[in-house]
Design a protein around this ligand. Structure first.
Ligand code: M6R
Length: 610
C-alpha cells in the first residue's frame, strides 16, 4: 500500500527520503516519486515501477535540498502510471502533496475547482485535487491553506504537503490513515510507518485522527481541528534498524519463518507472571465481564482470519462460549447480532487493515467490548480497542504473513485459557499443564526448522511444477489447511484450494485425478481415524498425498507418498507446529518458480482501502 516519507533538517533530503521509501517497499507499490524544495522552487520527479526506476530517472541531477516529501503509490484512482504517481502539484507547481487513502468527494471538489478556478487537471487521481485545493487557498502560509483544504475534504487520508514559498516546512494531516512524526536533532521527519524512520530516529509522535502536524528542522507541533496545540507523549520505538533488514537470509519471508521461536517466546513470556499465570497488564476486562459474555465474534482478514479460526476452536473448547469468526469485509454488511454482552476480537498484524477497522467500529457502535490482537504498537486498531493483546513478532516485512500468524495463535491460546479459567470451565491443573505445553513450542519449532527445513525444500523442488494443490484437514487441521493454501497461492501463484476433509465427498472429490497433489494435515489424535479414511478416499483416486503428522503416527505413512513429521504436542496447539512445514513448502515452491517472494504481484502488506 502507499507509503509516505517527509524530511526537513540539515541532511540530504533526497537521500533520506529515498532511503525511507525503500524501507516501505515491502508494503507493495507500483510507482514512486519525490518533491524537494530547492532555491524557492519545487522539483518533482516521479516514475512508474520500483524505486530503482526513480533513482535512474534522477541520475546525477542536482537534487540538493534539506526539505521534501516522497511517496510509493499503490493505484486506487487511476492506473499505475508516471502521471498518476505522487507527489501531485497545483497548477503552477508551487505546492506538492503526497497522500495515502481516498478522498471520497474528489469528483465534486474537482468540478468545483474547474468551475471556480479554471484548473486544468493533469492526472486521474483524487490526490491532485488535494494539491490544487491547497494551491487555491495558499496565501503565503501553508498551514492556513491546508486547514482550508481539509475543511472541504471527505474520506480517509494521511497527507503531507510542501510549498515552494513557505520554506523548510512540512504540513501533514491524519484522518483514518497512519501517520507518525519522527523527532531528530535539528531535523524532523514524517512517515506513514515506523520502518521508514528506524535508521534515523527512535522517538516518535503517533499522530491521531483529525490532527495536523507542522514540521520544521527544530520543531514538531501537533494541532487539533480548531488549531489548538496538542500535547503528545513521545513514543519510544523498541525495534532496531536490523530487525527490518534481511540479515543474510535470501528473503524476508524466510528470515521471518526462522524468527518464529523468538517471537513466540516474547509473546508468551511478556504475558506470564513468575508463578506461571497469565498476566493481564493493560487489559481492563473484568472477571464479571468475562463471565457475562454470551457471544464472541472474531473478525479479521486473510491470515489473521485464519488465526481467528483456530481461536474459535480453542475458545469454544476451553471456555465454552459460542464464537463466530467472520471476514471483516462481510461482517460489517450483515447487521450482526452484537450488544453489550458481546466480546469482539479483532486480529490484525498491521492494525491498519481498513476492513478490520471498519468492522471494529461497527461492533463498538453496537456496544460490544473490543479486544484486539495486534502487532504494530499504536496502530489504529490498537488505539480504537478497549484492550490490546500485542503480538511481539517484531516488524513483519514480507507480504506473506508467517510470524504474525503464529504469534496471533499464541495470543488466542492465552485469551482462551484466561477466559476458561475465569469462567470455571477448566481446572487449575489443566491451565498449568497447557501453559507448560505452550512454553515448549518455541524449542520444538527451532528443532523442526533445524532438522527438517532441508527435506521440505527437497519436497518443494520435486513438486513445484503443479498447477493446482489441495489442502485438507479436520477440526483444527482444517483451519491450518486454509492458511497453508493461502500461503502457497499468494507467493507461488499456484491455484491452491483448502477444504475440510469431511466435505471432500460432497463435491470436491470430483476433481481428484491420478497425481493430483493433496497436502493432508493429520495431527488431531481424536480425529486420526477419520482423516485416515479421507486420505484413503483420495488415494483410491490416485492422488499424490503429502501428509503432516505428529511424531509416532506411523500408519499415515503407509497411505501417503510423503510424510512430514512434527514434534509431538497436545492436539489444541498443533497449529503452531503444523503450519511451519506449510510456510516452508510455500516459500521453497515460490523460490523454485522464481517468484518475487517478499512482494508478490497485486498484493500489498497493509490493505488500507476497502
Ligand atoms: O495486517 P493484517 O493482519 O490486518 O492483514 C490482513 C491480511 O491482509 C493479511 O493477513 C494477508 O492475508 C497476508 N498477505 C497473508 O499472508
Amino acid at each position: 500500500m502507499c507509503g509516505i516519507v517527509g524530511y526537513v533538517g540539515h541532511g540530504d533530503a533526497k537521500e533520506i527520503i529515498i532511503d525511507g521509501l525503500k524501507k516501505l517497499e515491502y508494503r507493495g507499490y507500483d510507482s514512486a516519486g519525490i518533491a524537494i524544495q530547492q532555491r524557492g522552487q519545487l522539483k518533482i520527479r516521479k516514475q512508474v515501477g520500483g524505486i530503482a526506476n526513480l533513482e535512474e530517472l534522477i541520475g546525477t541531477e542536482d537534487m540538493t535540498a534539506n526539505c521534501g516529501v516522497g511517496h510509493t503509490r499503490w493505484a486506487t484512482h487511476g492506473a499505475p502510471s508516471t502521471i498518476n504517481a505522487h507527489p501531485h502539484s497545483n497548477q503552477d507547481n508551487t505546492i506538492a502533496v503526497v497522500h495515502n487513502g481516498i478522498i471520497e468527494n474528489y469528483v465534486e471538489l474537482k468540478n468545483w475547482l474547474i468551475e471556480n478556478y479554471d484548473i486544468d487537471f493533469k492526472s486521474e487521481t483524487d490526490t491532485e485535487v488535494v494539491a490544487q485545493l491547497i494551491g487555491v487557498f495558499f496565501e503565503g502560509d501553508l498551514l492556513d491553506a491546508v486547514y482550508k483544504a481539509v475543511e472541504k475534504m471527505r474520506g480517509a487520508y494521511a497527507i503531507c504537503a510542501v510549498a515552494a514559498d513557505d520554506p523548510n516546512k512540512l504540513v501533514a494531516v491524519r484522518k483514518d490513515a497512519p501517520l507518525i512524526a519522527g523527532l531528530g536533532k535539528d531535523e524532523n521527519f514524517i512517515a506513514s510507518d515506523i520502518p521508514a524512520l528506524l535508521k534515523y530516529v527512535k522517538e516518535i509522535y503517533l499522530i491521531e485522527n483529525n490532527e495536523t502536524v507542522v514540521v520544521t528542522p527544530d520543531s514538531v507541533q501537533i494541532l487539533d481541528e480548531q488549531r489548538r496545540p496538542v500535547k503528545r507523549d513521545v513514543f519510544h520505538v523498541s525495534w532496531d534498524a536490523d530487525s527490518a533488514e534481511k540479515e543474510g537470509y535470501d528473503h524476508f519471508m524466510l528470515k521471518e519463518i526462522f524468527e518464529q521461536p523468538k517471537g513466540l517466546t516474547e509473546t508468551l513470556m511478556r504475558r506470564l507472571n513468575d508463578d506461571g499465570t497469565i498476566n493481564l497488564d493493560g487489559i481492563s476486562m473484568t472477571k464479571e465481564e468475562i463471565e457475562n459474555f454470551n457471544k464472541i465474534y472474531i473478525v479479521a482478514c486473510g491470515t489473521a482470519y485464519h488465526a481467528g479460526l483456530v481461536g474459535k476452536y480453542v475458545i469454544e473448547r476451553l471456555a465454552r462460549v459460542p464464537v463466530e469468526v467472520d471476514v471483516a469485509s462481510e461482517f460489517r454488511y450483515r447487521n450482526p447480532f452484537v450488544d453489550d454482552k458481546t466480546l469482539f476480537i479483532a486480529i490484525s498484524q498491521s492494525g491498519e487493515t481498513l476492513d478490520t477497522l471498519a468492522a471494529l467500529r461497527e461492533a463498538k457502535s453496537k456496544g460490544a467490548r473490543i479486544l484486539s490482537v495486534v502487532n504494530v504498537v499504536g496502530s489504529s486498531v490498537a488505539r480504537e480497542s478497549d484492550d490490546v493483546f500485542y503480538t511481539w513478532a517484531g516488524p513483519e516485512i514480507a507480504v506473506a504473513s508467517t510470524k504474525a500468524y503464529t504469534t496471533q495463535l499464541m495470543c488466542m491460546y492465552l485469551i482462551a485459557l484466561h477466559m476458561a479459567y475465569e469462567r470455571g470451565t477448566i481446572t487449575k491443573e489443566f491451565y498449568d499443564q497447557f501453559i507448560a505445553d505452550l512454553k515448549e513450542i518455541p524449542d520444538k519449532i527451532s528443532y523442526f526448522l533445524k532438522a527438517k527445513t532441508g527435506s521440505v525444500e527437497k519436497l518443494a523442488k520435486k513438486l513445484y511444477n503443479r498447477d493446482q494443490v489441495f489442502f485438507i484437514g479436520r477440526g483444527l487441521d482444517s483451519a491450518v489447511a486454509y492458511e497453508g493454501s493461502l500461503k502457497l497461492k499468494e507467493i507461488s501463484y499456484i491455484n491452491s484450494f483448502a477444504i475440510a476433509a469431511g466435505e471432500l465427498k460432497h463435491g470436491t472429490i470430483a476433481l481428484m485425478e491420478p497425481e493430483t497433489l493433496v497436502v493432508t494435515l493429520a495431527t488431531q489424535d481424536f480425529l486420526y481415524e477419520k482423516i485416515l479414511s479421507n486420505i484413503q478416499e483420495i488415494k483410491a483416486r490416485g492422488a499424490h498425498i503429502v501428509s503432516v503428522a505428529k511424531d509416532g503416527k506411523e500408519d499415515v505413512k503407509a497411505h501417503s507418498n510423503e510424510t512430514i513429521y512434527i514434534p509431538y504436542c497436545r492436539d489444541e496447539i498443533t497449529p503452531l507446529l503444523s503450519v511451519i512445514p506449510l510456510q516452508l513448502f510455500a516459500y521453497y515452491v515460490a523460490k523454485e518458480k522464481g517468484c518475487n517472494i517478499d512482494k508478490p504481484k497485486n498484493l500489498a502488506k497493509a490493505v488500507t482501502v476497502e
